[in-house]
Design a protein around this ligand. Structure first.
Ligand code: GLY
Length: 372
């Protein structure tokens, strides 16, 4: 059983197929996108070891010649060096402009491969086969591609939409529980930002999603991807006044803590997003924008998943408030030095708040336990 959703972007519209066993059926799904029977797969050594032979075998069984590129796992691959290495391999393999690159992995592989695809010979097609829950519900859809620099995450990149996304729920069987919880943070984000009914569903069924019950997991992925596809279809490039910025709920806070923690394993992106959502709601309540009851409800939903909601729950505590504010001022959403946050008038009612007073953020973070 699989579901197909679409991102409606005229000549760049594409399908997102969600279901079990898609890797085994990849040849039939990918074939219509190949101009010649050659597929270049980019994956890291971990995904390559776990699932590579299945994807390669499925394509080869359909007479597609596979060229596999393995990169080392981890965020450090999303660097200028990593990009140069990948582009060089693509050149070495003599990929032509009409060829397709397949990103088979989590957010790192998807972001790096997508960016390489956007610039290789001035742009080639790519297909996302996300293997983490976070990549399935967020990063594989919407065409944001990027690498990091020592000055920050995702600062160099491009919008480059994939031609197809295959979200195979069965590959999640091998995903470590901590990674599943990270993906769940992004799922919660959709309920919190724009769908109170979905949040209510997650309050009841979240345990099932985290317990990998197939029906609950499939529904959570489908509803999340549906929301993301609709938002991206209406505001591809995160325009001022558009909907896409709402997908950054929790992210201004999250990126500041991730930066302070060195973007390493001590605080994963999804964990930071969980905490960022809790802080966004508490800050909204502090500013009188939403009720304390809604802020409590948001924090409970985050905590129920085992995600952090308090600063003292994450490595790096106590944080220097000035350092946190500096990271927020360098956020991609910042305009003319003013801080931008996604805040909420209630559960499911997020909005973009520009010109947020840095003094109010500073005091809020100090009250939350940051050092003045
Ligand atoms: N992850 C946020 C976005 O795709 O816009």
């Amino acid at each position: 059983m699989s579901n197909v959703l679409s991102v409606g972007l005229a000549d760049r519209a594409y399908d997102i197929v969600i279901g079990g066993g898609l890797v085994d059926r990849a040849a039939a799904l990918i074939r219509p996108h190949l101009r010649r029977p050659i597929a270049t797969i980019v994956m890291d050594e971990i995904v390559g070891g776990l699932h590579g032979p299945r994807l390669i075998g499925a394509l080869e069984a359909d007479s597609v010649t596979v060229q596999a590129i393995e990169i080392s796992p981890g965020e450090s691959a999303k660097s200028f060096e990593g990009l140069a290495g990948l582009c060089d391999r693509l050149l070495e393999l003599e990929l032509e402009r009409g060829d397709v690159i397949i990103a088979f992995g989590g957010g790192v592989v998807g972001d790096l491969t997508g960016f390489a695809a956007s610039i290789y010979k001035r742009g080639v097609d790519f297909i996302q086969i996300p293997t983490t829950l976070l990549a399935q519900v967020d990063s594989s859809v919407g065409g944001k591609t990027a690498i990091d620099t020592p000055r920050g995450k995702n600062l160099i990149g491009a919008f480059h939409q994939p031609r197809l996304v295959l979200a195979d729920l069965e590959v999640l069987d091998t995903l470590p529980q901590r990674e599943l919880v990270c993906g769940y943070a992004e799922i919660l984000k959709y309920g919190l930002l724009g769908d109170a009914e979905f949040l209510a569903w997650l309050e009841i069924n979240g345990r099932g999603v985290l317990g990998r019950e197939p029906i609950a997991l499939a529904y959570a992925v489908r509803r999340s991807v549906q929301m993301k596809a609709e938002i991206v279809g209406s505001d591809e490039r995160e325009s001022a006044g558009g909907q896409r910025a709402l997908l950054n709920l929790g992210h201004t806070f999250a990126h500041a803590f991730e930066a302070e923690c060195g973007f390493g394993d001590s605080l994963k992106h999804g964990e930071a997003v969980g905490m960022g959502c809790a802080l966004a709601f508490r800050f909204s309540a502090r500013l009188g924008l939403c009720s304390e009851a809604d802020a409590d409800r948001a924090c409970k939903a985050v905590a129920a998943a085992g995600l952090p909601t308090q600063l003292d729950q994450i490595a790096g505590h106590p944080f220097d408030v000035g350092a946190l504010i500096n990271h927020m001022a360098n956020d991609k959403k910042a305009r003319a030095g003013a801080l931008t946050f996604i805040l909420a008038r209630g559960v499911g009612e997020a909005f973009v708040a520009r010109d947020v007073d840095p003094g109010a953020v500073r005091q809020f973070l100090i009250d939350e336990g940051a050092l003045p």
